[in-house]
Design a protein around this ligand. Sequence first.
Ligand SMILES: Cc1cc2nc3c(=O)[nH]c(=O)nc-3n(C[C@H](O)[C@H](O)[C@H](O)COP(=O)(O)O)c2cc1C
Ligand code: SF4
Ligand code: SF4
Length: 417
Amino acid sequence: MGVKKDLSIDFLGVRCENPFFLSSSPVGSNYEMCAKALKTGWGGIYYKTTGIFVADECSPRFDNVSKEGKPWLGFKNMEQISDKPTALNFEYMKRLKQDFPEKVIVASIMGSNEDEWRQLAQMCEDAGVDLIEGNFSCPQMSSHAMGSDVGSSPDLVRKYSKAVSETTKIPFIAKMTPNITDMTVPAIAAIEGGSKGISAINTIKSITNIDLENMTGMPVVNGKSSISGYSGAAVKPVALRFVAQMLQNEKLKDVPISGIGGIETWRDALEFLLLGCRNLQVTTSIMQYGYRVVEDMKNGLMHWMDERGYDKLDDFIGLALGNIIPAEELNRDFKILPKFDYDKCVGCGRCYISCFDGGHQAIEWDTENRRPSLNDNCVGCHLCLNVCPVLDCITPGEIKWKENRPQVDVVYKKKYE
Ligand SMILES: Cc1cc2nc3c(=O)[nH]c(=O)nc-3n(C[C@H](O)[C@H](O)[C@H](O)COP(=O)(O)O)c2cc1C
Ligand code: SF4
Ligand code: SF4
């Protein structure tokens, strides 16, 4: 029998039946797509960004990065905001709200000046959407008055957040660009301007591959390419970092955050929740696998909650945040030596090679029996554990204290899945 848990959550005063939402992108760019997604079980949708500007797109516009035969480690797009008429998009959003009253409909908007932001906010109000997201973050707009150029200017983010918040009472969420060193700066500006929430991240400026045939980047558009947004699994670490930095900032710690970037599985989703996100958004994994990925996300999360004895999301949201600390506060008094399980070892020698060529020459190699053993050079870096292809073959072993350092109970990872 399937495990059932309550996944509902309040986000900016709006009840969401679950935290899983389409992020603003082609996965939610007309009525039919959004209706299908909502019927498949998504808690809500951030509709494809709509502006007064209607995009004129290039072809082709996608590329992906692979490693060792595994495609889609990261995904690049050169797409701008919606290429559909503005009024039609709002008409679709209005119908979606009427037909799916229990689901959450979020409009994503982007203006190029204060007037346009106000105009779009009014259209959101007329369409009856639940929330509005301000796209301050698309890195490939053909105009510098929109997108990540705006999002990296705190003054503009503040000004446009204010324009929207003065026009409508619908809560406004500012979507941040990761193409900046410190995201807390524009995020604080957004809140000062009247934004009630933050979403992060939009895509990262990138050149994914160089095409050897045409001597340009990928994708190739009439022999040329351009720097544009990177998403998918590869960007999750960057997204988690920005989320943590914002929620650890005194001025942002209570601001509801929607986490985005590389969510492909229930576990990815859980990681954003454990850092403190109250809402989650997904695009790339849907583009690769379809709307049904949400079923695995919901089931996996419910099973994990069941195993841990949690009844609701609020029981564990933010649990990991306090354990992310500055580098200078890490305990550097000990090293944990690796332990080898010779029954599991397949004798591949990768630990030996990596430790010698990329580490500390701390592994002796028994060529006859093809087995590693440790010498006194080991610094406990765990490169060997990271390269070993056999699960639980190399694990954390003995704890060694540096000379004259205080000994405490060490918390370390014992279970590798
Ligand atoms: C093809 C494509 C188009 C996108 N268009 C938009 C958009 O119109 N507005 C927006 O705010 N973000 C847009 N995004 C960014 C996504 O909403 C999301 O922030 C980003 O892809 C990271 O999430 P992911 O790793 O789940 O894809 C787009 C992403 C992709 C891949
Ligand atoms: S922990 Fe680091 S130094 Fe020690 S054996 Fe492994 S790779 Fe070598
Ligand atoms: S990497 Fe793992 S499996 Fe390969 S030799 Fe080392 S311990 Fe054995």
